[in-house]
Design a protein around this ligand. Structure first.
Ligand SMILES: [Zn+2]
Length: 318
């Protein structure tokens, strides 16, 4: 090891590996015969704020057994195609990318943008692979849109750790089945509880691949279906006249629409009493309630999240 350049704006250090004997990667025999050497520029962490470069005098060995030649490796040096960095710098780059943009990281360390990008994506692939390999007892499945109202995706999360295991396009059976199958059968057997919104496509995929697990429907969706059913029945019940006639709605039922969607323990006594009257109401109301189909079978899609009377309040209450 020798300092080659020692300036305020730059430090260059020449390094060599002190191991005399290496193992031939072709046949596994040991060799100490150096064929030639070449200098390789390796970027390192700054030293006291000074950009630091290493000049690695990299040796090429020739094997006494199979006569193959091979360049040596070093566990602390990450070799790229053109850019090479020390492992500790690679770790710092990944940390920096978490805090700032790729462009800023590239500028700060004076490294090519493409290099930082490639390092980041290979790192995140490794992290994702590691996450997916781990056992998962509680699996959370949800749909979301990356931009509001656009392109739905299915998100799968490990409920024990809170880590995202995968995000795939669409919210259909094939999308969810794809993620589950990619995890492998052993991993799927390890899932004990699966939580979903209970939509038909998800239920179908869960039934096929995670039939052994307990399927829990999250209470947000259960409450939403219940509210949708409640609203549907009210709309049928409250109509007393034909379209266009006045009054069109039974005022008592119509006025109690928010009460109907409020949780019982949030209601004062007099409210419970007036709600009870509405629910017991005229016989017509009760029979049309009984006749109404159960809308729960067709859960509304999230577009309806807003705009339903009382639904916001209900969600807040939960
Ligand atoms: Zn060999």
């Amino acid at each position: 090891m020798a300092v080659v350049v020692d300036l305020i704006e730059k430090l260059v250090v020449e390094i060599v590996d002190v191991r005399r004997v290496v193992r031939c990667p072709h046949c596994g025999f040991k060799t100490a015969r150096v064929h030639d050497r070449r200098r390789l520029l390796v970027h390192d962490l700054p030293t006291g704020g000074r950009p630091t470069e290493l000049r690695w005098l990299r040796r090429r060995f020739v094997c006494g057994e199979c006569s193959e030649r091979s360049w040596e490796d070093h566990p602390e040096i990450v070799l790229g195609r053109r850019t090479h960095v020390t492992r500790r710098l690679a770790r710092q780059l990944v940390r920096d990318v978490n805090a700032m943009s790729i462009r800023e990281v590239a500028r700060r360390h004076d490294l090519p943008w493409h290099y930082i990008m490639a390092l980041t994506s290979s790192w995140s692939e490794r992290v994702a692979l590691d996450r997916r390999r781990r056992r998962c007892r509680i699996l959370l499945i949800d749909e979301t849109s990356l931009r509001r109202g656009h392109r739905y995706v299915t998100v799968v999360i490990n409920g024990d750790t809170g880590e995202t295991l995968g995000i795939v396009a669409h919210r259909n059976t094939a999308a969810l089945s794809g993620i589950l199958l990619a995890q492998g059968h052993r991993w799927m057997r390890g899932v004990k509880v699966v939580v979903s919104d209970g939509s038909v496509p998800y239920r179908s995929a869960i039934g096929t691949h995670l039939g052994h697990a307990t399927h829990v429907l999250d209470r947000f969706h259960v409450a939403r279906w219940f509210a949708a059913g409640m609203i549907e029945v009210r709309r049928r019940s409250q109509r007393i006249g034909e379209h266009g006639s006045r009054p069109a709605f039974e005022p008592e039922i119509f006025r109690s629409r928010y009460l109907q969607l409020t949780r019982l323990d949030q209601l004062r006594d007099h409210r419970i009493e007036s709600l009870g009257k509405v629910l017991q109401g005229p016989a017509r109301t009760r029979s049309s309630m009984a006749d109404a189909p159960t809308p729960v079978r067709h859960p509304p899609r999230p577009r309806q999240r807003r705009g339903q009377p009382g639904s916001r309040r209900l969600h807040r209450d939960l």
